[in-house]
Design a binder for this molecule. Structure first.
Ligand code: COA
Length: 443
């Protein structure tokens, strides 16, 4: 390995500028390890070994300080509270773009020309229908099945309808699967919702916009056409934009990890849906609403905050692995909430949320730990105003995140540096025990 040089010289001598000199105090030997992009290659540490033992490795549960890839999709500065997709600030995209244009940007890396945009919208629109058998198997779920469980299963099941998706090295084929998945996620999500409601499935209406069609598939009953209030369509579209990507978050990491086996993108994205289901990730907004309801009145907030500080529970919707500042998405969502409540009337839980935020932002416990509202703190309140049951919140997140997962997957499959994701472990169990057959153990 050329990036590492072992020397007997003192640790600081003659080290190249862009390198790290480490001294192994077990052997007294020093090593110069190349620094590139403010990282060292963990594999380079493998040269550092005691006698013939295994090379030195890093231990990083939860990947708190490990870069797993190079990516040009999304930039986050957690300290400053900055989020950019392909270089464009989230605030500008939320205000001036729409979800399908943002999806194009994420997938293609640049904003579309008029012709490219029209072709993209046309492609997505004409792939919104799913195979009729999807309907039958969705009907097979229990009446109380969680929509995320259904979405995870149906996303994975698309791989059986499109076996050609396994051909991941073909550029056009990849494009077709990406279009299919972005187009069909709202249909799958809406149908999982309709199933839990015991209502008939609504087919896509391709004369409506992406987001208006989704609302139609969710809420249409006997009317000829379901036309949602434009302000609600816009608000949901903004929410999709805010969720569209977030660099190497847990679900994207799951998509990349599974995708690194070179499986088809439906299977990889289905793993992402599974990761998103967890309450520490996409399930947090559902948990926020439960928390707000449990608090019940603003007078109960101080007692609740004390419980959080005593470590009895977490203030859901606060804190973030990356943001150590106000999550820029939370700011935009707070504004979108106002627009939605103009149409639907205020959610009484909003008062509790606002007061909770105010108290927490002034409290030493939260200040010291840099805990600020994240995207989930207010999104649940908006979703509830749309009359979504809490189980649907994460489905909405998944639909928004799909272009991001796919942009990251696309980057992964074209990245020559990537390998199958296969971490090391520190083994802590027994060794070389002698197996005693059951007949002797139980005698
Ligand atoms: N409420 C109360 N305390 C919190 C907290 C919260 N929401 N989030 C973090 N903390 C505390 C931790 O207890 C820890 O305190 P300590 O140093 O005294 O042990 C400290 O802040 C650091 O937290 P840690 O758990 O190490 O941060 P993380 O980066 O591993 O976790 C989250 C990030 C998002 C998982 C975490 O903040 C969390 O669980 N938040 C609530 C769930 C949520 O809103 N998730 C949505 C994310 S978009």
């Amino acid at each position: 390995m050329t990036d590492v040089t072992a020397t007997d010289a003192p640790a600081t001598a003659d080290a190249a500028t862009d390198s790290l000199t480490v001294r192994d105090n077990r052997t007294g030997q020093s090593y110069d390890i190349a620094i590139t992009d403010n990282t060292i290659k963990a594999a380079d540490l493998g040269q550092i070994r005691l006698d013939e033992g295994p090379g030195l490795a890093t231990y990083d549960p939860g990947f708190v300080n490990t870069a797993s890839c190079r990516s040009s999709v999304t930039f986050i500065d957690g300290e400053e509270g900055i989020l950019e997709y392909r270089g464009y600030p989230i605030e500008q995209l939320a205000e001036k773009s729409n979800f399908l244009e943002v999806a194009y940007l994420l997938i293609h890396g640049a904003l579309p020309s008029k012709a490219e945009y029209d072709a993209w919208v046309h492609e997505i629109t004409y792939h919104t229908f799913v195979h009729e058998n999807v309907k039958s198997f969705t009907e097979g779920f229990r009446y109380d099945a969680h929509p995320m469980g259904m979405l995870m299963a149906s996303t994975g099941a698309l791989s059986t309808f499109y076996p050609d998706a396994r051909n991941i090295n073909d550029v056009e084929n990849r494009h077709l699967q990406i279009v299919r998945m972005i187009a069909k996620m709202p249909t799958l999500g809406a149908w999982s919702f309709r199933h839990t409601q015991g209502k008939p499935f609504v087919y896509p209406d391709n004369d409506l916009s992406y987001t208006a069609n989704f609302l139609s598939m969710l809420f249409k009953m006997s009317e000829q056409r379901f036309e949602a209030d434009e302000r609600l369509v816009k608000a949901l579209d903004v929410l999709f934009i805010l969720h569209a990507d977030h660099e190497q978050n847990a679900s994207t990491n799951a998509v990349r990890s599974v995708g690194s086996t070179q499986v088809d993108p439906y299977s990889a994205v289905s793993a992402g849906v599974g990761a998103l289901f967890g309450p520490l990730h996409g399930g947090a907004n559902e948990a926020v609403l439960r928390m707000l309801r449990r608090i019940g009145t603003t007078s109960e907030i101080p007692a609740f905050i004390e419980g959080v500080k005593d470590g009895n529970e977490k203030l859901m919707g606060f804190g973030h692995r990356v943001y150590k500042n106000y999550d820029p998405r939370a700011r935009i969502i707070k504004k979108a909430a106002e627009d939605v409540f103009e149409v639907t009337g205020t959610n009484p839980l909003l008062d509790i949320a606002l007061e909770l935020e105010k108290i927490a932002l002034e409290d030493e416990y939260f200040i010291k730990r840099k805990l600020y509202p994240n995207v989930d703190f207010y999104s649940g309140l908006i979703y509830e105003a749309f009359q979504f049951p809490p189980e649907m919140f994460t489905v909405l997140f998944a639909i928004g995140r799909t272009p991001g997962w796919l942009a990251q997957w696309l980057e992964l499959v074209q990245d020559k540096e990537q390998k199958i994701a296969r971490p090391k472990q520190i083994y802590t169990g027994d060794r070389t025990l002698d197996f005693v057959p059951a007949s002797e153990r139980w005698a």
